[in-house]
Design a protein around this ligand. Structure first.
Ligand SMILES: [Zn+2]
Length: 130
């Protein structure tokens, strides 16, 4: 264990993911942290926002992808391989992250469309919240 990981010790957890050097405690696994990181890159389809229930990011991988979890790690970068598949990553206003995995891209797109429609309906309410 490097000093780096001791530093963030309490929040670091390990999972069965190959190459796991510990991941942030707010994620269930390295895979989830890697998917979250991919969701931040904004290259995929996104809907919702944190003012709403949260935002949703659809990630469809035709092939497995390798993600560097932390470029700042001094002793080599934890690399995580995310299997090919269809995922939706959500994060709410409290920063709570969930990752959903789908059997098929069609099912993921269906769910994403539902989230998008619900978000549009919410936006159309004219925002008389408070
Ligand atoms: Zn892990």
């Amino acid at each position: 264990m490097s000093d780096y990981y001791r530093l963030i010790g309490p929040s670091i957890e390990r999972c069965g993911q190959e190459g796991c050097q510990g991941h942030m405690g707010k994620f269930d696994s390295c895979r989830d942290e890697a998917l979250y990181q991919m969701s931040l890159d904004g290259t995929d389809e996104t809907t919702g926002d944190v003012e709403y229930e949260g935002y949703y990011v659809l990630i469809v991988l035709d092939a497995s992808a390798t993600v560097n979890l932390d470029d700042d790690a001094p002793d080599g970068t934890p690399q995580v391989t995310v299997p090919a598949g269809s995922y939706i990553v959500t994060e709410n206003g409290q920063g709570f992250v969930s990752v959903y995995t789908y059997e098929t891209e069609a099912l993921a797109r269906e769910d994403f469309k539902r989230a998008e429609d619900a978000y549009s309906a919410w936006l159309d309410q004219d925002g008389e919240d408070v």
